[in-house]
Design a protein around this ligand. Structure first.
Ligand code: BEZ
Length: 201
């Protein structure tokens, strides 16, 4: 399989952590891919019309996107413990993944706003609206993290990507200070091989 990814992308990181957690590293070639919202990568556009990473070429020649579809596909490619559970627990795990994806959507939009959009066109109220989503989402993660224990399924993988991305791009947000329980949980997963090997850069 081939995975188009970028080491700064939190959505690509989610898939890269899943690859490692599932023991699939030998089967997935990671291709570092430049992405920009204003000058689309023509090579990537041949794989994904949305010109977004991550995108995965399967061994049977199909290209899959987005990150949640790729994670689900990878989870079906191995015989070990599932990162997306079956049965009643499935829906909560998928909801938690969606919460993390939503926080990341808002954070990446804010990143583009400050790094790409010309200063004269920036709209502070809109940015603050995105930050409200991020902070509300973090509060929910903080409350839920109290019951996670040592679980590290798709929801917790998403949470690790959220917190790693905020440290990488929005360190000044200081998300830990009002949420010490979430900070404690993050400390407990940072040393995992899959998380340590995929720190954004
Ligand atoms: C970033 O540089 O923050 C970034 C790169 C790729 C996708 C999303 C975010």
């Amino acid at each position: 399989m081939r995975l188009w990814q970028n080491p700064a992308s939190p959505f690509a990181r989610k898939v890269r952590i899943v690859v490692r957690e599932l023991g699939l590293t030998a089967r997935v070639e990671e291709i570092a891919t430049a992405v920009s919202p204003v000058s689309p990568n023509a090579d990537l556009a041949k794989q994904n019309p949305l010109v977004k990473i991550p995108a995965l070429l399967t061994d049977t020649g199909e290209v899959l996107y987005d990150s949640s579809v790729i994670c689900e596909y990878l989870d079906a490619q191995h015989g070990g413990a599932r990162i997306i559970p079956d049965g009643a627990a499935r829906w909560n795990a998928l909801r938690l993944q969606s919460l993390c994806d939503g926080i990341l959507d808002a954070a990446v939009l804010c990143r583009y706003e400050s790094a790409v959009r010309p200063e004269a066109l920036r709209w502070n109220d809109w940015v603050q609206g995105q930050f409200t989503k991020i902070r509300n989402g973090l509060d929910t993660l903080a409350a839920e993290s109290l019951s996670w224990g040592t679980q590290f399924g798709i929801g917790q993988i998403g949470a690790a990507c959220v917190l790693g991305y905020l440290d990488f791009r929005f360190a000044e947000e200081n998300w830990r200070e009002p949420r010490p329980q979430l900070a404690q949980w993050y400390e407990s997963v940072k040393a995992r091989a899959s998380v340590a090997a995929t720190v954004p850069s």
